[in-house]
Structure formats: structure tokens, C-alpha cells
Design a protein around this ligand. Structure first.
Ligand code: UDP
Length: 312
């Protein structure tokens, strides 16, 4: 296949691109480096089958030649980006998605969108299955991302209905692993960084809020299977192993052997209280379920952080 992959410099984007390259496909990575890393592109560029286009997808995207799959992973995704990059997030989820959809339509390619568990907002149904419509504050602190991704799902579905475009929508739940951006404020990297530096681990609120963390290799396997499936509705891709944030802090202290303390900081506005995917659909449709335990995934992520963080 010839794959166009936007967001190739980002965490999940670079891993998905690497997987397609390893499977013998050609990948044209697209990124504007707004939150992605040049190091991830350098990693992919070791393969002769990788090409890179520095481009902002809110502008029309032209790619010569045949394309079989357009995979859209371009969007700042960390809660710390929601304030400073709010308008950029809304633009990439609207004009950006529109441009990559147009590319897929022009090429007769399959279109894969990475949507998010954030479409469920602060959920009143637990666990979340794809038929739950969500509980989102349209003007809240997270709304740029939640509503942006909801709009993108609506646009993609409208393209499917009007143009018969074969679309795939993955609703991704908290994913972690090597090559995460270490300074993007996410809980896994914050806690690991803090534990390794001997600093206090900052639990927001009382830490009773839950998340369900999926290791990157499992996430990529789910995305690859979904892209190849003949199903145009949303599919949850995540690990249902749910954990309170405070317990995650304790696990990271145990795994790093750190003697850092846990301290409480104010809970950000609209922080979802619970989150766990119902993955029955992915199991049935894709024969997929996560294989890597949180402990194993955390160990690999800690090793990565030890390698890349400056010593002393
Ligand atoms: N969190 C925390 N300490 C941190 C960073 C995050 O307690 O240093 C909490 C955050 O409030 C949320 C959860 O951890 O409840 C997951 O946050 P993250 O930003 O990783 O992802 P989210 O699921 O909120 O998008």
C-alpha cells in the first residue's frame, strides 16, 4: 500500500507509520511540527520507503500518484494544549480533516480517522460503548478537543454517506509508551519524570478519577486491523484495565523504586471522573484485544524515559 499519514511526527502517528513501513508499505508522512517531534521523523526516515512532507493540513494537501490509505493522526491531543492551541485544534479537526478527506476522495483511498474517548466527555455511562452519545460541555476547558473530534466524526460520516467514501473511525483511549512527548503534561510521563527526578508526583484532585491505559503496540495493532476492516462506524480501541490516578502514581513509584512523595494539586476543570472502553465491538469485528499489561508497558516506558531524560 501507499499510505499518507498526517501527524507522522506525533506519538501514535510515528508508531503507526513505523508499523506500516515494517510491514513493507510506503508511507508519506505529513506534519507541521506544531506538537510533533523532528526526532520521530528522523527515526522513520531510516526507511527508504518513507517520505516526509512538512505541511499544515488546514491547507489543501496534494500528493502525486496513487494512495491506498489516508490515515489522519494530526491534532494536538494533550489537555495542556487545549488552552494555548484551542483555535488550532478546532481548525485541524474541521478544515484539516476536510482537506485529508478530499485527498482520500480524489485518490479513491480508505480514510482512517483517529478519534478519541473524549467524544464521551465526562461520561454518565460506564464503561463507554460506541452507542453512547456522550456528556460534553460545549464551551468548557476541553471543548476545543471534544467538540472538534465530534465535529470530525460528523464530517467523516457525512462524506461516507454522500460520497460512499470508505471511512474508519477509531476512538482511542489513553495510550502510552516510548516516544510520548515528555513535556506534554500527560499523567504517565509526568509521574515517570517526577519519580526519576526524585520530585513529588502531582496527583490532580484526590486521584480517585480513573483512566484505562493502552500500550502503544496494542493501539497500533488495533488501528491496523480497523483500517483493513470493512466497517465505517466508530470503534473503541483501548485497554479496559481501569485504574484510579492515585493508584497509577503508586505503581510508578514501585516500578521506578523512587522514594518521591505523592502530593495533591487542583483538579483541572471538566476532568472526566471515569473512563473505560467497552471493547466488545473491536473484539468481535477485529478479533483484537490488548496483549501488553500495564505493568509491562510501564516498564518499557520507564526504560525509554531513563534513556532520553538528561541525567543528574
Ligand atoms: N493527572 C494528574 N497528574 C498529572 C497529570 C494528569 O493527576 O501530573 C490526571 C488528570 O487530571 C486526569 C488523568 O491524570 O485525571 C489523565 O490525564 P492526562 O492529561 O494524561 O489525560 P486525559 O485522560 O485527561 O486526557
Amino acid at each position: 500500500m501507499r499510505v499518507v499519514l498526517s501527524g507522522a511526527a506525533g506519538f501514535i502517528g510515528c508508531h503507526l507509520a513505523k508499523r506500516y513501513l515494517d510491514d513493507g508499505h510506503q508511507v508519506i508522512g505529513v506534519d507541521n511540527y506544531r506538537t510533533g517531534s523532528r526526532d520521530n521523523i528522523a527515526w522513520l526516515s531510516r526507511s527508504g520507503a518513507f517520505e516526509f512532507l512538512e505541511h499544515d493540513i488546514t491547507r489543501p494537501l496534494k500528493v502525486p500518484g496513487a494512495v491506498d490509505l489516508v490515515a489522519d493522526l494530526a491534532c494536538p491531543a494533550s489537555p495542556v494544549d487545549f488552552g494555548p492551541l484551542g483555535v488550532e485544534i478546532l481548525r485541524v479537526c474541521s478544515e484539516g480533516v476536510w482537506n485529508v478527506l478530499e485527498l482520500a476522495r480524489a485518490k479513491g483511498a480508505v480514510f482512517l480517522q483517529t478519534s478519541t474517548s473524549e467524544v464521551y466527555g465526562d461520561p454518565e455511562v460506564h464503561p463507554q460503548s460506541e452507542d453512547y452519545w456522550g456528556h460534553v460541555n460545549p464551551i468548557g476547558a476541553r471543548s476545543v478537543y471534544d467538540e472538534g473530534k465530534r465535529y470530525a466524526e460528523a464530517l467523516i460520516t457525512a462524506y461516507h454517506r454522500r460520497h460512499k467514501l470508505p471511512v474508519r473511525i477509531a476512538r482511542i483511549f489513553n495510550t502510552f509508551g516510548p516516544r510520548m512527548r515528555l513535556d506534554d503534561g500527560r499523567v504517565v510521563t509526568n509521574f515517570i519524570r517526577q519519580a526519576l527526578a526524585g520530585e513529588d508526583l502531582t496527583v490532580y484532585g484526590d486521584g480517585s478519577q480513573t483512566r484505562s491505559f493502552c500500550y502503544i503496540d496494542d493501539q497500533v495493532e488495533g488501528l491496523v486491523r480497523l483500517a483493513a476492516a470493512d466497517y465505517c462506524g466508530p470503534v473503541n480501541i483501548g485497554n479496559p484495565d481501569e485504574i484510579p490516578v492515585r493508584r497509577l502514581a503508586e505503581e510508578i513509584l514501585e516500578l521506578t523504586g523512587s522514594s518521591s512523595k505523592i502530593v495533591e494539586k487542583p483538579l483541572p476543570a471538566d476532568d472526566p471522573k471515569v473512563r473505560r472502553p467497552d471493547i466488545s465491538l473491536a473484539k468481535k469485528l477485529l478479533g483484537w484485544q490488548p496483549r501488553v499489561s500495564r505493568t509491562e508497558g510501564l516498564k518499557r516506558t520507564i526504560d525509554f524515559c531513563r534513556e532520553v531524560l538528561p541525567r543528574d
